[in-house]
Design a protein around this ligand. Structure first.
Ligand SMILES: [Ca+2]
Length: 201
């Protein structure tokens, strides 16, 4: 009934068809950042950053993100995610219309918290927003419901991690802070590096 050539073609296409469902999933976009490019500063020397190549807990080495219809997932990989008196992860989300800041914070070994705000705005409620600190995998994984950021067609991400290894309330200005930007060598005091567009799919 079918010409042999067509049957041969169908046999050839069958494995390709099997791959299609996987191809239809949202891609995971991975960006890499230099190893050992964290910076240190104290409030006393505000914005006078010095190289801190030994700092591993704030050193972003890779960010993996996937944007499916209902959710943006971001995993920030650190060189060595240790427990610190204070550890903050900022994920800035640029959409076609807005800019949002998702901020995760972990104080010592307490349960991490996360909030979302419009840039320079107040935090707002977002059911389903979550963060998971995983010391074994050295990741801070964030999940942001798409509706909380206006269900945009695409996003671009900025990542900045800050860690404070010593907490001495008697000597505020002497506390050393470490930071790293996930999309550039070192950090900048007035901007956050921007990753590529990630389309929702
Ligand atoms: Ca880095």
């Amino acid at each position: 009934m079918f010409p042999r050539r067509l049957i041969g073609l169908a046999a050839l296409l069958a494995p390709v068809a099997l791959l299609l469902p996987a191809a239809a999933h949202a891609e995971t976009v991975v960006t890499v950042d230099p190893v050992g490019d964290a910076r240190a500063w104290t409030y006393f020397q505000e914005f006078q950053y010095v190289p801190a190549p030994q700092e591993a807990s704030a050193d972003v080495i890779r960010t993996a993100a996937a944007f499916v219809p209902r959710r943006l997932s971001v995993a920030v990989h650190l060189r060595d995610l240790q427990v610190r008196p204070r550890h903050d992860t900022l994920v800035r989300i640029w959409t076609p219309r807005d800019i949002f800041d998702v901020t995760a914070e972990r104080l010592s070994a307490q349960r991490a918290t996360v909030s979302v705000a419009r840039q320079r705005g107040d935090a707002f409620g977002c059911r389903g927003l979550s963060v998971a600190y995983d010391g074994a995998a050295d990741t801070v994984a964030l999940s942001v419901p798409a509706r909380c950021i206006g269900s945009p067609r695409w996003v671009r991400l900025g990542v900045e991690v800050t860690a404070t290894p010593e907490a001495d309330p008697e000597a505020q200005t002497a506390i050393v802070h470490f930071a790293d930007d996930g999309h550039r060598g070192g950090v900048s005091e007035n901007s956050v590096g921007k990753g590529p567009r990630i389309h929702r799919g």
